[in-house]
Design a protein around this ligand. Structure first.
Ligand code: ATP
Length: 489
């Protein structure tokens, strides 16, 4: 593969060709930054979601899951600060009329400098940007863009507007009555799933009799009117988040923040993706709700980028909801405080949040898995595209392939299908040569293929082929189910 851009393009094409991801409403030329998951993508996405859900809820007795609505009372977003603060600084190029997120424009230029071998200059630019962003110094940022002569990629000019803030929330109207004041009916499509957890904090705590520390997890859609929506499913306007809010005693946030950083990194590593593909990035400019925050960055084909955020959100959200709703959001802690010998009593809990984009995780998994392998020998040229997906995430776990369509082989293969189908996703295929069928399964990331042949009829054994090594071994047909179950955990 010539370079990372080509590799990224190849992954995007592969996703489309093999039914993982299609552009939304493609027959109408698509909708920018909106994508549909196809028959393979939906399975892979579900498996990632399930793996996260299980690791959060089933494996932690003190974390429960909920499924809150996308629409929420509009005051939620005033209380959370999203109406006033969920903005990105934007700049327009006057010639091309193209709008850029200021940090993306500058980061893009820094990347170009790095590619040209000017590492030090790139680092200086990024450091200057961080310092200015931390102060919301828009005049300074514009000056920086001008000083570095950063050009618009379309017009190739430096003719920039001033920098302005742009709110990222989508809004729509609720109900059928026409109001004279449109604001009365205005509701937002949630820009994060977290608020659905905060407004249900006491419902869950009381009905679930939860004791601090405890967590509430949720997976669901979120919507952001991203200005620079690009890079495939990395930045979408409609996407899915997997978030967990962990409610703790005030004053314990530092230790829990460190614990969740470690726990989340271990979760990523448990998928067998090499550790060097991940790194932490501490936030310089903290969001309005946070007292500490970092990203777990992953090395995507376009470089290291945010995959997951871990935020120490203090008591900001619950306090705000208490103030706006006039309903107490307190917890009574009857554990004894060793300092006073009395119960800790009433307080608004602090919160550590872990927030990961399901679509970004999908991109991380598939881009890590994708490989174009040259299998040429001196005798013949050969190659394959293989997805080295972790077996537990693969859309199809087992392909059952009768060698021929006759002699009772399909019937025997169907017996194996019937035995395995209730336990994991299988795929039956009798068309084309075995070689072609293997290649197709490699491209879908299927970890095991079983070939049923004439010997199977006499001794009940089959050939099982391992995707990554391409090794084949003869096993008893009756052992196949167990073998696959063991691999998918
Ligand atoms: P970014 O800086 O990339 O815009 P963010 O810091 O705004 O991301 P958070 O608000 O922390 O993101 O959201 C938590 C997670 O949700 C992110 O780590 C990311 O995985 C995912 N996410 C956020 N925005 C998008 C998007 N537009 N498309 C896909 N996933 C997203």
């Amino acid at each position: 593969m010539a370079n990372d851009t080509n590799r990224f393009q190849a992954i995007i094409s592969h996703c489309k060709e093999y039914g993982f991801i299609f552009p939304s409403s493609e027959i109408y030329d698509g909708l920018q930054a909106v994508y549909d998951y196809g028959q393979m993508g939906a399975e892979l996405k579900k498996n990632i979601r399930d793996y996260w859900w299980k690791s959060m809820t089933q494996l932690n007795d003190n974390i429960v899951g909920i499924d809150a609505a996308i629409f929420m009372h509009p005051t939620t977003w005033k209380a959370s600060g999203h109406v006033d603060n969920f903005n990105d600084p934007m700049i327009d190029n006057k010639d091309s009329k193209k709008r850029y997120r200021v940090d993306h424009l500058i980061e893009g230029h820094a990347e170009n400098l790095k590619t040209a071998g000017k590492e030090a200059e790139a680092d200086a630019l990024l450091a200057a940007m961080d310092a200015l962003l931390a102060k919301d110094d828009f005049a300074g940022l514009k000056q920086l863009i001008e000083d570095y002569k950063i050009k618009c990629a379309v017009s190739e000019t430096c003719n920039w507007t001033d920098i302005r803030q742009f709110n990222l929330m989508f809004s729509t109207e609720f109900g059928s009555t026409v109001s004279s004041d449109a604001e009365d009916n205005k509701v937002y499509l949630r820009p994060e799933t977290a608020q659905g957890i905060f407004v249900n904090f006491l419902n869950v705590q009381k009905t679930g009799r939860m004791k601090i520390p405890f967590g509430i997890a949720q997976v669901g859609k979120a919507f952001r009117n991203e200005i620079v929506a690009r890079q495939f499913i990395f930045r979408m306007r409609e996407f899915e988040q997997m978030e967990m809010q962990f409610f703790i005693r005030p004053g314990t946030q530092k230790e829990w923040y460190e614990k969740w950083k470690e726990t989340r990194l271990n979760w990523h590593k448990s998928l067998g993706i090499p550790a060097e593909k991940y790194r932490f990035h501490d936030h310089v400019k903290l969001a309005h709700y946070a007292d500490a925050a970092c990203d777990i960055e992953f090395e995507f084909p376009m470089g290291f980028k945010e995959l997951e955020g871990i935020h120490s959100r203090t008591d900001f959200d619950l306090k705000q909801h208490q103030e706006y709703s006039k309903k107490k959001q307190q917890y009574f802690d009857n554990d004894i405080d060793p300092a006073t010998g009395k119960p800790y009593g009433n307080y608004i809990p602090y919160v550590i949040e872990t927030s990961i984009g399901l679509d970004r995780m999908f991109l991380a998994v598939i881009s890590q898995a994708y490989e174009e392998q040259d299998l040429s020998t001196p005798e013949k040229t050969d190659s394959r595209v293989v997805l080295h997906l972790p077996a537990k995430l693969a859309p199809i776990k087992l392909a059952v392939l009768p060698l021929t369509k006759k002699d009772g082989l399909p019937e025997l293969a169907e017996q194996l299908m019937a035995e395995c189908r209730p336990h994991f996703r299988c795929f039956y295929e009798e068309k084309d040569s075995i070689g072609k069928r293997y290649r197709r399964m490699d491209a879908l990331g299927t970890p095991f293929c079983v070939t049923v042949d004439h010997q199977s009829l006499t001794d009940g054994t089959v050939t099982i082929r391992h995707r990554d090594s391409m090794e084949q071994e003869r096993v008893k047909m009756s052992e196949v189910r167990e073998l696959v179950m063991k691999a998918i955990g």
